[in-house]
Design a protein around this ligand. Structure first.
Ligand code: HEC
Ligand code: HEC
Ligand code: HEC
Ligand code: HEC
Ligand code: HEC
Length: 447
């Protein structure tokens, strides 16, 4: 995230002192491209030939060799979405395709008139977090990614599962693997701690390490939330030429969770306490003993005196307190909803009396002036509902409906809270309900 793009540093060279110009003469330009400090020439990217194929890029940061000795961790990682961060069941691939074809190709100043014009720097708008190492590859790789996406889509449309699976496999070979977290992106403050050196794995200790990565170095921020924050978002990414906003968990962690008195790190909840380790998960596996939310429900049926007539009514009150370290749901709002469903049935044949679902979604994705997620001149503040549940604050909801008193008396109310994965409309994520509450209704007189 703190990598500067080459255009910016080229321009900063224009006004820097002759000392820097002298350095340009001493080091090949590629060493200085995109970096401000010294030591970049010791990184994996600097020490290797720039990969010109997807296979070459995958090999440069391959997790396969680590599995030999770290099998347990490798298997955990394979189950996490980090291991397919450009594919993920096709959802990421589909979104990337949309970004290219409905975004880049249409934007007048993108320089992309046809898909073949796509370069690495265009894809970095997403790859900054989904595939940071793409910055180390040639533009041929960007084009090959796009071709593979088209092959994948074509095979789906043409009902050709074999070609589809081959394309999916290729896209999944690009991921956030061991060497991303334990080398390439392991050091955040590079001017203080130095650029990550090829041949070292960054962990919690110093010492010798077997195999071609011969030393262990200490990754100073590896155990801290900022480490995850480099990809897990804090709002629009202003460091990009066209800011985009996808994940926002880190922003919400900093400004709401820590502010609210929360003291745990991402690693505490997502790796250590739940023992999921490298299988970092969202809703699909219990992150915190299945209790991400405290839910309290109260239901009352009563006769309410409306001037002179009694009206039978039901009130359902629900209080939701999010105990996660950030707002939920989180991530792009296109993908998930947290649903609070209240249904009431009553009378002789359990007839439906009332049903309402309230949806909570992630803070809206800001493409700003993209025409992709709205044509807003700025960022659409105020026009969209950003209704994710903030951490450590009770959100109170009230449902109130009128029914016949004989129905209420024998009636039942069910309150459910769950995560839904949206795909072509609406689908269940398969995750277990977080909360289910059932209560028989009793009629009370309004005092
Ligand atoms: C030949 C076996 C072997 C291979 C291959 C191997 N490791 Fe290790 N790794 C070890 C051993 C053994 C240790 C513990 C060293 C010690 O305790 O002194 C270790 C330690 C580590 C640590 C530090 C753990 C800590 O406690 O902080 C990290 C990080 C790590 N390895 C990552 C990797 C990565 C990434 C790869 C693939 C590039 C890899 N290892 C490949 C055997 C291996
Ligand atoms: C600031 C880093 C960052 C940037 C930039 C970014 N993403 Fe993301 N994206 C993430 C993270 C982290 C997640 C996972 C968060 C979650 O699911 O709560 C994610 C999740 C997603 C998902 C959901 C995947 C799934 O499995 O359902 C899609 C789709 C997606 N991103 C598309 C994009 C596209 C397309 C772009 C570029 C236009 C982009 N992202 C830019 C960090 C980023
Ligand atoms: C998304 C980032 C990320 C990825 C990908 C990742 N790690 Fe880690 N790894 C971490 C973090 C963070 C810690 C420190 C956890 C802690 O302090 O509790 C860690 C700890 C470790 C440790 C030492 C602690 C332990 O659990 O034994 C080893 C060894 C290790 N990782 C190896 C690997 C290997 C091998 C892979 C690839 C299969 C891998 N990691 C992929 C972030 C990552
Ligand atoms: C190099 C960037 C990067 C780093 C570092 C990183 N992540 Fe991620 N993470 C992602 C991306 C991108 C995704 C989404 C992949 C997708 O769905 O396409 C993701 C997905 C996740 C998910 C799954 C979200 C879901 O909806 O199921 C969790 C949980 C997660 N990361 C936690 C962490 C934690 C905890 C750390 C720090 C130890 C961390 N990540 C470090 C980029 C990163
Ligand atoms: C106090 C514990 C806690 C802390 C701290 C925490 N999380 Fe979470 N996180 C959770 C729980 C519980 C969930 C499950 C709720 C869910 O899936 O929405 C979750 C879900 C997620 C998801 C999936 C979001 C979704 O909508 O499915 C991502 C991504 C994530 N966390 C990343 C992070 C990152 C990055 C950090 C650090 C900046 C972090 N978490 C800190 C408890 C925590």
């Amino acid at each position: 995230m703190f990598r500067r793009n080459p255009a910016k540093s080229a321009c900063s060279l224009a006004w820097t002192t002759s000392a820097v110009l002298a350095a340009v003469l001493l080091f090949p330009p590629r060493v200085l491209a995109g970096t401000a400090g010294v030591g970049w020439d010791e990184t994996i990217a600097a020490k290797s030939v720039k990969p010109g194929t997807v296979a070459g890029l995958a090999k440069l940061y391959d997790s396969g060799p680590c599995a030999e000795c770290h099998r347990g961790i490798y298997d955990q990682w394979r189950k996490s979405t980090h291991s397919a961060s450009m594919f993920n069941g096709g959802r990421m691939t589909a979104a990337l395709r949309k970004f290219i074809l409905e975004g880049l190709v249409r934007w007048p100043s993108s320089g992309v008139k046809a898909p073949g014009d796509v370069k690495v720097k265009h894809l970095m708008v997403c790859a900054k977090c989904h595939l940071p190492q793409l910055a180390d590859a040639t533009d041929e790789v960007a084009r090959e990614i796009l071709e593979t996406i088209e092959t994948w889509q074509g095979a789906i449309d043409g009902n050709d599962p074999k070609t589809r699976d081959q394309a999916a496999e290729k896209l999944s070979s690009l991921n956030i693997g061991c060497l991303l977290c334990h080398n390439r992106n392991a050091v955040i403050h590079k001017l203080v701690d130095g650029y990550p050196a090829a041949g070292a794995v960054y962990g919690n200790r110093e010492g010798a390490h077997p195999g071609s990565f011969a030393v262990m170095k200490k990754g100073e921020s590896l155990g801290e939330s900022i480490f995850c924050g480099q990809c897990h978002g804090y709002g629009p990414n202003f460091d990009l030429e066209n800011p985009v906003q996808c994940a926002t968990a880190y922003g919400s962690y900093l400004f709401a969770y820590v502010r609210g008195g929360g003291g745990e790190t991402c690693q505490d909840c997502h790796m250590r306490k739940n023992r999921l380790g490298h299988n970092m998960q969202g809703a699909s596996e219990p992150v915190m003993d299945n209790a991400a939310l405290d839910v309290a429900t109260e239901v009352r049926g009563y006769l309410w005196k409306d001037v002179s007539t009694y009206v039978p009514r039901v009130v359902v009150e629900v209080s939701l307190t999010n105990r996660a370290g950030h707002a939920i749901p989180e991530g792009p709002p296109s993908s998930k909803r947290l649903a609070l469903e209240v249904t009431a049935t009553g009378g002789n044949n359990d007839a439906p009396l009332f049903s309402e679902t309230r949806n909570y979604r992630a803070v809206s994705m800001r493409f700003g002036r993209s025409g992709l997620m709205g044509e807003g001149p700025h960022e659409n503040s105020g026009f969209t509902d950003d209704t994710s549940l903030p951490p450590l604050q009770a959100v109170r909801e009230r449902f109130d409906f009128v029914a016949k008193s004989e129905d209420i008396a024998g009636g039942r109310v069910v309150v459910r809270v769950r995560i839904r994965q949206l795909e072509d409309g609406a689908l269940d994520s398969g995750a277990p309900d977080w909360y289910e509450f059932r209560k028989e209704l009793k009629m009370e007189k309004y005092p």
